[in-house]
Design a protein around this ligand. Structure first.
Ligand SMILES: *[C@@H]1O[C@H](CO)[C@@H](O)[C@H](O)[C@H]1NC(C)=O
Ligand SMILES: *[C@@H]1O[C@H](CO)[C@@H](O)[C@H](O)[C@H]1NC(C)=O
Length: 334
């Protein structure tokens, strides 16, 4: 073996390793879930059957998975404010009595029946309230001081309440609000008395700037989309104690919604300005650690997904899109 031979031998191995490693890098990138190779959801283009019922700005959607119903809240002049569809997509009925500007909507099921809770950010005589309706639209309960925005002093005086979550036990969580004076998370008992209240205007730990969406997981934690601070904050549902925060995944755009998948393995977060649903790994019991986006669903430009809901039976995800003025249904692929 002469010098030239050794040199060529070395060169050969140099390129061999270079290319074999390059290939690994390219393959890893190609098969990464970030690239959308393994989609989690498929758009159901047949839902609803009659999209012409979307006559306003569709701000919110709630699924009654027990009865197979989907409630949509929309805003606008001379339009019905609440539309009711079947999960198959048939339009059933609508109502607008006492609803001004729906922001968030939630279906509460108990053994005796279901009801629909709506947060109303209107400024008229029914505004600044959180209201409970029968499935046909009969007003059952009003929380807040109708027509009067909160002063940040009285717990049950809301200022643009953004969303509500009601547990099976009847305990209520309200995020208040969508840009008003109050920036807080409130827990009420099943007879609507304050259990705890947390949060003030700001960006420190436990403070909020537009607490926009709220949900409770199966492990005793309350999740809040702290939209203006571009983070999600998590609290103990019994004590209201702060448990952690996720911000690294929302640098581009703040979280607008928080909803878990039916198996509580993932958190689905709508990001309105980048027209995306980010799907994050939901941490098991205890500390929430750092956030990881495992999948995403990219929606068309100007769709503006605002709030979403998940059918906890079928796993279908419904997305209320303000820009596209429609609600779309995504079904899990598995
Ligand atoms: C209520 O809805 C009906 C259509 O269902 C519409 O004609 C009416 O103008 C609406 N009222 C309000 C106050 O939006
Ligand atoms: C919240 O605080 C910021 C300053 O950090 C201020 O600009 C804003 O007006 C405050 N908002 C309310 C509703 O008080």
């Amino acid at each position: 073996l002469n010098f030239q031979g050794v040199f060529l031998f070395g060169l050969y191995f140099f390129f061999f390793f270079l290319f074999s490693h390059l290939e690994v890098v390219i393959k890893a990138e190609h098969f990464s879930p970030w690239k959308g190779e393994q989609q989690m959801y498929k758009l159901d283009i047949g839902w609803p059957k009659t999209p012409e019922h979307f006559t306003g700005q569709t701000f919110c959607v709630a699924v009654d998975s027990v009865h197979g119903l989907v409630y949509v809240g929309q805003r606008g002049d001379n339009v019905p404010k609440v539309l009711v569809f079947s999960k198959e997509g048939y339009f059933l009925h609508s109502w607008n009595d006492t609803v001004e500007m729906p922001h968030g909507i939630f279906v509460w099921n108990t053994e005796t029946g279901s009801s629909v809770w709506i947060t109303d950010v209107g400024t008229g005589k029914y505004g600044h309230t959180v209201k409970q309706y029968s499935p046909l639209g009969k007003l059952l309960q009003v929380l807040g001081t109708p027509g009067n925005a909160g002063s940040s002093l009285i717990p049950l005086q809301f200022d643009q309440p953004a969303e509500i979550f009601v547990e099976e036990t009847g305990e209520v969580y309200v995020v208040d609000g969508d840009g008003g004076m109050n920036n807080r998370l409130l827990k009420l008992s099943d007879d609507y008395k304050e259990i705890w209240l947390t949060g003030t205007n700001g960006s420190g730990i436990g403070q909020f700037k537009i607490p926009h969406s709220v949900t409770v997981d199966a492990f005793g934690r309350v999740w809040v989309a702290d939209r203006g601070n571009k983070r999600i904050q998590v609290f103990d549902k019994v004590t209201g104690e702060w448990l952690g925060s996720w911000s690294g995944c929302f640098l581009e755009d703040g979280p607008y919604s928080v909803r878990f998948t039916a198996d509580y393995k993932y958190l689905i977060v709508a990001q309105l300005n980048i027209n995306r649903l980010a799907i994050l790994a939901a941490p098991p019991v205890g500390s929430i650690g750092d956030c990881v986006i495992v999948h995403s669903v990219q929606l068309a430009d100007e769709t503006k997904p605002h709030l979403i809901d998940v059918d906890m039976k079928s796993g279908a995800v419904y997305v209320a899109e303000i820009g596209a003025q429609q609600v779309q249904k995504y079904v899990p692929l598995s």
